[in-house]
Design a protein around this ligand. Structure first.
Ligand code: A3P
Length: 298
């Protein structure tokens, strides 16, 4: 038993649930049947590491000519959850009847699948992968609150002590967190043209510059003219926590999962108000040990 009392199953060194969320079945289905296009872009994260934000940013970048001005009310991100614009590979796609397929080219997909679980064809086709990593203490706290919002559906409640225990044991969907991060980090150092490793913290600190770096990596660099016309800032604003939260006040992403579940605080270091000194120390010790030899600063 792991996060929120879910029964978890170990596969290729990572934990999965069974059924409709975080599911081992759909991961296997992706591995067996998913057809990769060489132009596809995969946005990978541990849950609660900024998936929604990364999806919005990448979608806005690659589609910016299609939806000329992001300030227009017709821009998809002005009315839809980023998760509707960029589907999850392992939940929306890997079904007999996919929930939604991306309409635009290149196809963008989000995924929480560990690097080792991605279909080999993603690597063989040379598709670009972006990984967003976030400080594990903020991920833990965010996952704790996400669990609280889903507690009716999952029929369980958890205390922060219990949360810390399952988290440090790696017993979260797609956990252990540290192994997930390390695999993608390693891939990014081995082939930086194919895998980009970014952090939520860097993206928060310097959104415009990181956005430009992301656009360049994805093959959609901003021209000087675009920069002069404020195209970068426009996307920063469109994808900001405040704008997306406002757009997603109502409605459901899935049954029992309101759109607003994905927008809580959107801050760096919020863990400070929620973890005790001892809890923080336990997390720091594990992170130092697990990331030894890895140049990951979060
Ligand atoms: P908090 O719970 O700390 O507020 P995910 O998208 O992977 O589920 O992660 C959710 C976390 O990202 C939540 O963190 C959420 O508030 C934050 N988030 C969502 N949209 C964001 C945005 N546009 N900018 C910054 N953070 C955002």
């Amino acid at each position: 038993k792991g996060w929120m009392g879910l029964d978890l199953y170990m596969y290729q060194g990572f934990w999965y649930s069974s059924g409709d969320i975080f599911s081992i079945e759909t991961t296997l289905a992706v591995q067996e049947t998913f057809q990769v296009h060489s132009t596809d872009i995969y946005l990978a994260t541990q849950p609660k590491s900024g998936t929604t934000w990364l999806k919005a940013l990448a979608f806005a970048i690659v589609n910016r000519k299609r939806y000329k001005k992001s300030t227009l009310s017709t821009h998809p991100l002005r009315s839809a959850n980023p998760h509707k614009c960029v589907p999850f590979l392992e939940t929306d796609i890997a079904k007999k009847t996919p929930t939604y397929l991306p309409e635009n080219q290149p196809r963008l997909f989000g995924t929480h699948m560990p690097y080792i679980a991605l279909p080999q064809s993603i690597h063989d086709s040379g598709c670009r992968i972006v990984y967003m990593c976030r400080n594990p203490k903020d991920v833990l706290v965010s996952l704790f609150h996400f669990g609280k919002k889903l507690s009716d559906r999952l029929r369980t409640v958890m205390s922060m002590d219990e949360m810390l225990e399952v988290y440090t044991k790696g017993l979260t969907p797609y956990g252990p967190y540290w192994d997930h991060v390390k695999e993608y980090y390693k891939a990014s150092t081995e082939d930086p043209t194919r895998v980009l490793f970014v952090t939520y913290e860097d993206m928060k600190k310097d959104t415009a510059n990181k956005l430009k770096q992301l656009a360049e990596f994805l093959g959609y660099p901003f021209t000087e003219e675009e920069e002069a016309n404020g195209a970068v800032e426009e996307i920063v604003r469109l994808c900001s926590f405040e704008t997306l939260k406002e757009v997603n006040q109502h409605g459901n992403f899935r049954e029992g999962v309101p759109n607003n579940t994905f927008f809580r605080e959107g801050k760096v270091g919020g863990w400070n108000n929620e973890l005790t000194k001892e809890m923080s120390q336990i997390m720091d010790d594990i992170t130092t040990e697990m990331f030894q030899g890895f140049d990951i600063s979060i």
